[in-house]
Design a protein around this ligand. Structure first.
Ligand SMILES: [Zn+2]
Length: 331
């Protein structure tokens, strides 16, 4: 048996680390949820409240789907195309389309499909399309290209003069951009904890799932209760300059990149606010009906402030996406 030189040992340990990370992620993500911010629709309603340009599109006739030739990506076998505001021929508005279909990609569109042997790392085909996990140099998920795919289709619909599908495809693109701004969609737990927890996966998986779900439960409840801090973040965060934020794919990659370090801050704040149950191995969900809007100076108020960062980014990136669509498609 030959001896390894220094470079060989380094290469081997890098390979081992890589393998350990993949195994860690595989075990970790098998139970990882794939929903993101609690109700894209409810948040979108607040986000678009300052989008005056949408008022020009308050009368759009619903058209049937006629994009077989260009919209060729696989869809889940159990996905059913719905027309929420009424059958083709009915009149609706851009605001209604964006709000009603903000959640459409979660309606089995991306479930029960096979894209990659690595999709197991993100919890299946829906997780693969809706997330963008990153640990070191490894990336899992295709949310950025999915956002781009639907944004491009919105352009094809606009070329045909079909405003209904322009906005419906834009709503789908928006969904993936919004997903990647939820910090736990960029990484399931703080990196340090992932390494520390390698010896006790059950506990690590349980606590990561609890943190992910409780952030979303809490955020949804606070939006429903009109929490001033969170509602302000959704309403008034400004878009980015589209000279830099040049594509939906860029927005997704940037959103996930900025969210990852925030997981490190959110995690201990969740432990402080929700209590030690959230760190437990067993599934635990906060009693939503007992939640109230935060009083200033409390741990809850501090958590709201931290949460308003990524939630503001959800708003900002959504508005940036609209600016890109307006510039590229003349909306
Ligand atoms: Zn999603």
């Amino acid at each position: 048996m030959g001896t390894l030189d220094k470079g060989g040992i380094m290469k081997r340990s890098r390979k081992l680390l890589c393998a350990a990370l993949v195994v860690a992620f595989a075990l970790f993500c098998l139970v990882s949820p794939v929903d993101a911010w609690n109700s894209h629709g409810a948040c979108t309603k607040l986000i678009i409240s300052d989008q005056q340009w949408l008022k020009a599109y308050d009368s759009i006739t619903i058209t049937p789907w006629t994009y077989e030739e260009v919209d060729t990506a696989a869809i889940g076998p159990n996905f059913v195309l719905q027309f929420i505001e009424g059958k083709p021929g009915t009149v609706t508005s851009a605001a209604a389309i964006l709000t009603n279909y903000a959640d459409e990609p979660d309606w089995k569109m991306d479930q029960d499909l096979n894209f990659s042997p690595f999709q197991v790392l993100t919890g299946g085909s829906q997780g693969w399309r809706h997330q963008y996990y990153g640990l070191g140099w490894l990336r899992f998920g295709v949310a950025p290209s999915r956002a781009q795919y639907f944004f491009d289709l919105a352009g094809k619909a606009k070329e045909k003069g079909d405003l209904y599908w322009t906005f419906r495809y834009l709503a789908r693109a928006m969904h993936y951009v919004q997903d990647t701004t939820q910090p736990y969609h960029g990484i399931p737990a703080p990196t340090g904890l992932i390494f520390k927890g390698i010896g006790n996966f059950g506990a690590l998986m349980g606590s990561a799932t609890n943190h992910h779900y409780n952030l979303e439960e809490y955020q949804g409840a606070m939006v429903a209760l009109n929490s001033p801090v969170l509602v302000a973040a959704l309403r008034s965060t400004a878009p980015l300059d589209i000279a830099t934020a040049a594509s939906p794919s860029w927005l997704c990659r940037r959103g996930a990149y900025l969210g990852r370090p925030e997981v490190r801050t959110l995690w201990p704040m969740e432990t402080t606010f929700f209590g030690s149950n959230v760190d437990g191995k067993d599934s635990w969900t906060v009693e939503v009906s007992a939640l109230r809007v935060a009083k200033s100076g409390t741990d809850q108020a501090a958590y709201d402030l931290e949460l308003s960062g990524p939630l503001g980014r959800m708003s900002s990136y959504t508005k940036t996406l609209f600016e890109l669509a307006r510039q590229e498609y003349g909306l």
